[in-house]
Design a protein around this ligand. Structure first.
Ligand code: HEC
Ligand code: HEC
Ligand code: HEC
Length: 438
């Protein structure tokens, strides 16, 4: 880190602390608890709309732990500052949010405060939910109040000091929380604006697909330039995409509806639950999201995509090939990588004669990404495709391919299937991927 960065960081820490102290002194009021909402009085249309919106917002993805009851919380979210646990948001009066008024819920979604007035951590993506309309938040509230209450006490967070000190978040909000409501872009049509509203707000796509600064905040300036959620790389989207083939609106629709695109491959890792939950969303909203994503780049013709698919497929392994027989210049490590590839991967990843086979590896952003973590996750743990994708699973290669062969394999696959520069720091990425629980 250079001197300028260190000074900047110290300054920001100072501001964070001051901001924290100021807002702490100001003291944010608690909102009155309410008695249990009678779910039979809720407007059923609003509840149904709320259910579909909650699916777009991934509320259940984060608020449900593995094997746990939906919305009862307890999922661990590792961050650079320590581990956070999502909370119980079922309408249980004692352990959930059953005694929260709609006003308290609106305030949580838009200002990141709990009913008692404590600051919430932005792992709860309220920095995006500030863009969600009051009516949509009301519908989500009604939906949540219609759920079965689950009694489950929240697990305390395990954050390192000083991050465990909630009042500091007041300073964070002062610096990074943009409370401006969503502004439609006059150059876009209604459907595209609806998509933008969802992408930037409730669906919080950029929470994963944009980089974060040292304080975990996202900037408009680096929107969709690629992020690092949960030890994965969430690819840059739009103009910054490194995908071999460009993305058409139809490609986005295939990917968002089915978790798979003929020209780009499968959705894996943290994108899997996003796709699964979108299947509960209003279809029109998925069309709107795809239409909006389509506005990020110039219009793409199908012929253009076909041309890239054909070009990239030419890198596929063909039957007549033997180790070292390609025109690539391979050093010893790369030759080892090729051997591992032939022994373990060619069975499925070869010249494509059936649509059931995976797409050419060169089309996958796993291979064209600037960093190799998704590659390591996938080879070590396999792929469990989104249940609505209809694609086959890829078994875990973690045992078949010993760890010491994975770096050569990664180098080889990158060289063979991508025209991007070599991956660097492979050992470090491999180490991190092995530690992750994905
Ligand atoms: C990326 C993960 C994530 C997503 C997505 C998410 N939340 Fe949360 N949420 C959290 C975490 C973590 C907390 C606890 C934050 C803290 O301890 O400060 C939280 C806290 C909350 C709280 C405050 C509860 C309390 O007891 O203080 C509410 C209300 C809430 N979320 C509702 C929602 C709703 C509604 C959605 C969907 C629109 C949603 N969340 C989506 C992670 C998430
Ligand atoms: C929890 C984090 C997370 C959220 C939220 C998320 N994504 Fe993703 N997304 C990922 C990851 C990780 C990948 C890479 C998956 C892979 O390699 O198979 C990905 C892949 C993608 C891809 C494929 C990109 C490529 O080049 O292959 C698209 C398109 C995409 N996401 C769109 C979206 C949209 C639209 C939203 C919001 C509706 C969204 N994502 C929300 C994490 C996320
Ligand atoms: C038994 C068959 C099989 C074997 C063996 C196999 N894979 Fe896969 N692989 C799959 C399937 C199925 C998918 C899911 C994608 C699909 O259906 O399009 C996949 C997907 C992938 C992807 C993601 C592509 C995308 O769509 O984004 C990568 C990268 C990958 N495999 C690498 C490897 C490597 C490296 C090896 C060898 C160590 C290997 N695979 C071995 C079946 C296999």
């Amino acid at each position: 880190m250079n001197l300028k960065k260190i000074i900047l960081m110290m300054l920001s820490v100072g501001i964070l602390a001051l901001g924290g102290a100021y807002f702490w002194a100001v003291n944010i009021p608690a909102l009155e608890p309410i008695s249990k909402v009678d779910s039979t009085t809720l407007d059923s249309e609003s509840v149904e709309n709320g259910r579909q919106l909650a699916a777009v917002g991934d509320c259940a993805v984060c608020h449900t732990k593995a094997g746990g009851e939906s919305y009862a919380g307890g999922l661990s979210l590792p961050t650079p500052f320590g581990v956070l646990y999502s909370t119980n948001i079922t309408p249980d009066l004692n352990t959930g949010i059953g005694n929260w008024s709609e006003q308290a819920f609106q305030r949580a979604m838009q200002e990141g405060l709990d009913r008692e007035g404590n600051h919430l951590y932005p792992a709860f993506p309220y920095d995006h939910f500030t863009k969600v309309s009051e009516e949509d938040i009301r519908d989500i509230y009604n939906y949540i109040m219609s759920l079965e209450p689950v009694e489950q006490v929240n697990q305390p967070n395990e954050l390192n000091f000083p991050f465990s000190f909630r009042p500091l978040l007041a300073g964070w909000k002062l610096l990074f929380l943009n409370k401006k409501p969503f502004q439609p872009n006059p150059e876009l049509n209604d459907e595209q604006n609806r998509g933008a509203y969802l992408v930037k707000g409730l669906a919080h796509c950029s929470a994963c697909h944009s980089p974060r600064n040292v304080f975990g905040a996202i900037s408009e300036k680096t929107f969709f330039q690629g992020g690092q959620p949960e030890g994965w790389y969430a690819p840059a989207l739009g103009v910054h995409s490194t995908s071999a083939a460009p993305w058409s609106i139809d490609n986005y629709l295939d990917y968002l509806f089915d978790g798979w695109s003929e020209a780009h491959g499968i959705a894996a890792g943290p994108m899997t639950p996003v796709i699964e939950h979108l299947s509960d969303a209003d279809e029109d909203d998925i069309y709107a999201i795809a239409e909006y994503l389509g506005t990020l780049t110039p219009e793409v013709k199908q012929e253009e995509i076909d041309r890239v698919v054909e070009k990239v497929s030419a890198y596929d392994w063909v039957k007549t090939e033997t180790i070292g027989s390609s025109t690539l210049t391979l050093d010893d490590g790369l030759l080892n990588g090729e051997q591992t590839f032939v022994q373990n991967c060619v069975k499925c990843h070869k010249e494509r004669i059936s649509k059931k086979q995976p797409v050419s590896l060169g089309l996958s952003s796993v291979i064209s990404a600037p960093t190799p973590e998704n590659f390591f996750h996938i080879v070590i743990n396999g792929i469990k495709p989104p249940y609505n994708s209809g694609r086959q699973a890829m078994e875990s290669m973690g045992i078949a391919v010993p760890k010491d062969k994975l770096v050569d394999l990664a180098r080889y696959v990158r060289k063979r299937f991508s025209s991007q520069s070599e991956w660097t720091d492979l050992e470090a990425y491999l180490e991190k991927s092995t530690l992750s629980n994905h």
